[in-house]
Design a protein around this ligand. Sequence first.
Ligand code: ADP
Length: 639
Amino acid sequence: MVQEKGTISIHTENIFPIIKKFLYSDHEIFLRELVSNAVDATQKVKRLSSLGQYNKALGDLRVRIAVDENAKTITISDSGIGMTAEEIKKYINQIAFSGATEFMEKFKEAKDANEIIGRFGLGFYSAFMVADKVEIQTLSYQDGAEPARWICDGSTEFEITEGNRTERGTDVILYINSENEEFLEKHRIQEILDKYAKFLPVPIQFGTRTTSEPDGEDEKGETKYKQVEVDNIINNTNPIWTKQPSELKDEDYLNFYHELYPLAEDPLFWIHLNVDYPFNLTGVLYFPKLKNDFEIQRNKIKLFSRQVFITDEVKDIVPEFLMLLHGVIDSPDIPLNVSRSFLQADSNVKKINSYITRKVADKLGELFRKDRKAYEEKWSDIGLFVKYGAISEEKFWEKAKDFLLLSNTQKAHHTLDEYNEKVKTLQTDKDGRVVYLYTNDAEKQDAFIQSAIKRSYDVLVMDSPIDNHFIQHLEMKLEKTSIKRVDADILDRLIQKEDNLTHVLTEDESKKVKEIFEKAINNSNMNVTVEPLSADELPVTITMEEWMRRMKEMARMGGGGMQFYGSLPDNYKVAINGNHKLINRILNAGDESQQTALAKQAFDLALLSQGMLKGADLTAFVERSVNLIGDNEAVANKA
Ligand code: ADP
């Protein structure tokens, strides 16, 4: 007997085709929506009971999902508050948006399915993405309520009749259409439940599974096992982020980490987030051990809303520099159907973002102060986060400048203040600027590093992918400080002091030396100068100016407006140490060809020490060296 027929009040005949088509890409979220509704209805009845507004037994509150491959149905059943026929009309038939016109307008602008579902409260209707027909069988918790049945074939026509449920709660039955039969496969449903329902607060049962159970002992006294069918409860209803930090041990955090990421190594440390004002947020963030491949590790933070998984694209909620972290964030202030454009505009999201930044900074500061040694040991893993954060978020920099470490070639770590204190006496130039020296490749720049160390200068190691940017940031932030790569120039010019060394060469001799080298090098991109350096400095030093190198690096990384620099040839400065005894020898060598050969040899040695001697030049160098040794033998034999 049909009790009532009617039209779903949206005044637009073709809304379902639109929803279906529009939501095409994320069909699987229908299950998330329906299971969430079932969980909400269950939570509501629990709350009514605890408030004394519902006095019957709550009974078994689990939500059940059943697939019937023959009937081609999926049924989601709960023992929640249920609905009366009136409530169905109110909640299901009147789609919660202010008008069809608005819907039609907004849906054109919307960028993804979530946005539409969220904005218009269409959670339940996502069922029509996969079903031709949807049926509700429900019995309200209210005294004297009658069971009700609602059925709709995806047009705007629906039907409400008497239902057949005898227990409080709701069944939603989906008659899966032919294009979506993948959802009749058990493993597919299990997969979706694992993704969205793994930490829901109400037990979710999906059929049964077989397991083995002890079954007495055999003759040898060994335990026997038997195969038994047990309910397949797919979720953990009390994940650790719902508990107080005081209830938890390190082991609990580690176990949960491995539950989330079964293949990952232990994390370095974690932060338990817990706020209730001005927004609600709980969660646990883990600092993973960094692998080289950053990209693969991105998008590992899972976002939940009241234990329902929403997304692992947390780009706007978590500051960019913390995207490498792992873990979970749960906030009821983020709606289930969260969309990108919503996140970007939402003011809670901005607050969450800065809260997380602050918590992470506080935790790092605490680790640093509590156990500096352990902190230093972790620095190679966390340094990248900290530097990235310092560059990208001013508020983070304000805190991080106290626990940011600089490491040098001796593998010692200093804070910014400590480092300034350490080097300022020796490394201040004549204009009162402190010059920090660094290497980005200690092996390649060893000759320069050794020269610096010989003068008791310190050399920082800045070899991570982010250090280029970090150096610029430090220069901007630190007063009267310059940061120069150790091979950017000869030391006397990197840290220029008052007392200029005097030339042992006369002006004419200097000119002559310059000519000899220019001829030997025979390359217009090498600018030769003869300098009065200390006698123990290298005879020939090849450098590229700091600014030129940075421009070129930026051009390579695709920096805007830098292409011009990228197109310039590599220009180098060749400093000849006029005070080195080898230069004297070259000047006094027998004839011009010998002078050129020796100069070429000295130049090639400089190239060689910087890994710049390659191919045919390298072969020629080796041949020439062999000959030179031969010549010396001939000389020795003559004597
Ligand atoms: P939302 O959940 O965002 O309100 P839905 O379209 O998913 O939007 O659901 C509309 C309403 O229908 C819910 O707010 C609830 O009142 C009712 N409802 C849906 N599913 C159930 C259920 N399993 N048990 C009881 N009420 C339900």
